[in-house]
Design a protein around this ligand. Structure first.
Ligand code: SF4
Length: 294
């Protein structure tokens, strides 16, 4: 699997203390995305000049870093060793993208077994690497680890997940095809059907709705999403549907600068906490178990 980051998570990406792996590559281009380094399915370099203490430029042996701290990204693209991170370990540079095999993931989980409640895979969109993901989930579950996956629920690969993972987090952003195109840069045509499938087949299922200005923060949009969630609830063999509302933020903005990409929502308004609590109340009135992370 191609990973861009791994770390620890506590009671947010599944129950208890978890090892989490973020898979690189995504079919969406959400304009509020807080992990822009997750999107391209190739390794890439982040450079944060404010962290650079190298006044000689020697932490790039290929001459891409000037003594003044300017980076020639054209040279980086042809560099095969990214010595700035592997040899010089200059904190201004971060290399996002490395391969981990399923047996390496299992080994890391085994090393931490005494501390772990489970292992979670996020992204990016992890179902774009569905074969490797399923192989890893199988190994982990056979070894007795609780597993979780976080997906945008939009791919054909998503349909292979229900029943193959202990806990499935599935995003619901909007059901409006025009908003899908303009704010997410993709077709969401598979999302509704995929979520219906997961509602029927996946016993531990949590929907996540990022509440975003102009996307789904209006009463009309929230009524439509609530109607859809109520219909999913009807399909649940458990009779229970959990929905988590996540508030939009701008914390990913520095990463756009580090990747030399524009952040289109800079300075834009974000929904109020009250908006999320009102949305949660609406969902609860439809029988959905809704909570707010704001
Ligand atoms: S990625 Fe390669 S070329 Fe770019 S700064 Fe690092 S060592 Fe230099």
């Amino acid at each position: 699997m191609l990973i861009f980051h791994q770390g620890w998570s506590e009671n947010f990406d599944g129950p208890g203390t978890r090892l989490i792996f973020y898979l690189k590559g995504c079919n969406f281009r959400c304009d509020w995305c807080a992990s822009p380094e997750s999107i391209h399915p190739e390794p890439e370099l982040l450079y944060t000049p404010e962290r650079n203490r190298d006044r000689s430029g020697r932490s790039c042996p290929h001459g891409a870093l000037s003594p003044e701290g300017a980076l020639d990204r054209g040279r980086c693209r042809s560099c095969g060793d990214h010595a700035c991170t592997t040899i010089w370990r200059n904190p201004a540079f971060e290399w996002a993208g490395y391969e981990l095999s399923s047996s390496e993931v299992l080994r890391l989980a085994e090393e931490a077994r005494d501390l772990l409640s489970g292992v979670t895979f996020g992204g990016g969109e992890p179902t774009l690497q569905i074969d490797a993901l399923l192989e890893t989930l199988t190994l982990l579950r056979h070894a007795g680890f609780h597993t979780a996956v976080e997906s945008n629920a939009s791919t054909p690969g998503f349909r292979r997940l229900p029943g193959a993972v202990d806990l499935l987090f599935a995003d619901l952003k909007t059901l409006d095809p025009a908003l899908f195109r303009s704010r997410i840069g993709a077709s969401g045509e598979l999302v509704a059907g995929n979520l219906r499938l997961a509602a029927r087949l996946q016993s531990e299922l949590r929907l996540r709705i990022p509440v975003v200005t102009g996307l789904n923060d209006t009463p009309a949009a929230q009524r439509e999403l609530t109607r859809f969630c109520a219909a999913l609830l009807e399909l649940r063999p458990t009779g229970k549907l959990t929905v988590e509302l996540l508030r939009q933020h701008h914390l990913g903005e520095p990463k756009y600068r580090a990747l030399d990409r524009p952040y289109r929502l800079a300075g834009g308004a974000i929904p109020s906490r009250e908006t999320l609590h009102e949305f949660a109340a609406l969902l609860r009135s439809a029988g959905v178990d809704a909570s707010v992370f704001a």
